[in-house]
Design a binder for this molecule. Structure first.
Ligand SMILES: *Cc1c(COP(=O)(O)O)cnc(C)c1O
Length: 231
């Protein structure tokens, strides 16, 4: 199937859930995907691109940004503090902030650039898996209270990565947990903290995520097909 057909299929699946595809932001996850295919996706209507590694994102961003200046770039992977400067140059939304140290580095870097606040999402480890990044759910409020005092950051929501599971239903409790947490945070009315986005749901579980309140899904294989195996 072509990328165009895959996108049509995704929209149909969202409609089958009784939802308007316009209300769910779709991010094309382009790790390992060559620039030509990313361009095809953009021409087929993709407006948001997500990458995991800054090193991989830089050449793709440089190849595409002039021709497609309106594409929004999302940083999805773990971000090291020494890469923050580059990340701020290439990405519009950093979805993987999970510590005060990282947030402070983003805040400091943004202040030296001036201009607006950096939009970020807080990554929450809802599965409790030791291999996953993300702040623990019970520590998220404390982290948000600290970040809400930073002058050059604006929190726009939460992100989570559910566990790989043979049965996608196993992901549902993680999505529920993120949604509940976002409701709790909303009630706190912290300055510079908005719960506009719940970034959850990937190829195997996006329908479950949407049922549980996701309004931002991150799809790789559903758009581009199977990724080549890791070397
Ligand atoms: C790879 C990846 C995705 C997309 O995965 P698919 O299963 O191919 O849809 C989404 N989010 C993150 C953080 C990823 O690393």
């Amino acid at each position: 199937m072509s990328i165009k057909e895959n996108l049509r299929n995704i929209r149909e699946r969202i409609k089958s859930l009784g939802r308007d595809p316009q209300d769910i932001k779709l991010i094309a996850v382009t790790k390992t995907i060559p620039v030509e295919l990313i361009e095809q996706a953009i021409q087929a209507g993709i407006t948001d691109v997500g990458e995991n590694k800054i090193q991989e994102a830089i050449p793709k961003n440089e190849a595409l940004k002039q021709k497609y200046p309106n594409v929004t770039w999302h940083m999805l992977g773990h971000l090291q503090r020494n890469k923050v400067k580059q990340a701020l140059e290439k990405f519009n939304l950093i979805q993987s902030v999970d510590s005060e140290r990282l947030a402070k580095e983003i805040d400091d870097r943004r202040r030296t650039i001036g201009e607006r606040r950096t939009p970020i999402l807080i990554e929450v480890n809802t599965s409790g898996e030791a291999t996953k990044y993300g702040v623990k759910p019970e520590e998220a409020v404390k982290l948000l209270q600290l970040i809400s005092g930073f002058a050059s950051i604006q929190v726009q929501g939460l992100m989570t990565i559910a566990p790989m599971a043979a049965d996608p239903e196993k992901t549902r409790p993680c999505f529920k947990k993120l949604k509940t947490l976002s409701e709790e945070i909303k009630k706190l009315n912290l300055p510079n903290v908005k719960m506009k986005y719940l970034s959850m749901g990937m190829t195997d579980d996006f329908e479950i995520a949407i049922q549980e309140g996701s309004n931002m899904i991150r799809l790789g294989r559903a758009i581009f097909g199977q990724r080549p195996p890791k070397l």
